[in-house]
Design a protein around this ligand. Sequence first.
Ligand code: 2P0
Length: 342
Amino acid sequence: MSVMSTTLDTDAIAAAQAHPNIALIKYWGKRDVPLNLPVVGSLSITLDTLWTRTSVRFGTDLSADRLSLNGREDAKQLRKVSACLDLLRARAGTQARAEVVSRNNFPTGAGLASSASGFAALVMAADAALGLGLPHATLSEFARRGSGSASRSIFGGYVEWALGERADGEDSVARPILDADAWPLRVAVAITSTAEKAIGSTEGMNRTAETSPYQRAWIDTQEADLADARAAIVARDFERLADISEFSCLKMHALAMAAKPGLLYWNAATVAAMHAVRALRASGVPVFFTIDAGPQVKAICLPEAAGQVAAALREVPGVLSVLETGLGGAAMRIPVADAVAA
Ligand code: 2P0
């Protein structure tokens, strides 16, 4: 591999946008914690209305990396951001520090996967700023190092993150399996709390792996779930995707609840919203739920049911608000002005 010169243009700056994704077949558990290598493959949908926009400027005038997240310096996330940028700096043969400005148009840290869109936008912007032009598979690998689910937000529509076999993780990357336009499902996100979650995903996964008696069964049954979901997506079989997605969601939460001490990401409104979705489906509405490491309920439905699903969720006691979105595209470069605009 050729190593580029260590001198940078003074305007080594670029920006990118990425969307959060929601796993239908869940990622939970790491076989390698520093590399974020999963114990299972996973499958997700990328959203459209929600985004992270990030600009990255590499400058020889900077003595340390800096991160502004939603208008505030963020020291907590900086270490992970620096480690992720190091991967791109190594490819570019530069030591230059970076100034990162990032913002989300949705609540951070409340189970809406801001780390997924965040690290996907970061690596795409840094790749452009350094003029690397790395393949999307490599961007997915680097985004995964920041946060596992970020590997999937490099791509749009329906996306699968492969388990991989290699110890270095080069084959544990995501790939698109169907475009959003080919099956434009809709998503209603019922927000039941805007508080930061008490137990982060990494800690939750590690505790689960160490203490849950269901860990082995979780690993052993995932491949069949992935195959089922893939087949449902290829056939545009909503009922089949609904069944396997709710199964994977409840199985992941059962696994985590059986950790010591048990992880309970739901509140009363979460459970009420799950029942509301089940009642809708029982009455013939094409909708199912999924829930991640937080209390929000994501209801996925066919387009014609979107209005009814959102209205029903708004009626659920304890639901604070409902975000409506469709499926979105891949992470992409955007003008720097668009990333930093107020
Ligand atoms: C997922 N979640 O597949 C699963 C389902 C939450 C529940 O990926 O430790 O923020 O950074 O790799 O990606 C959230 O975990 O965790 C997640 P790290 P990440 O979407």
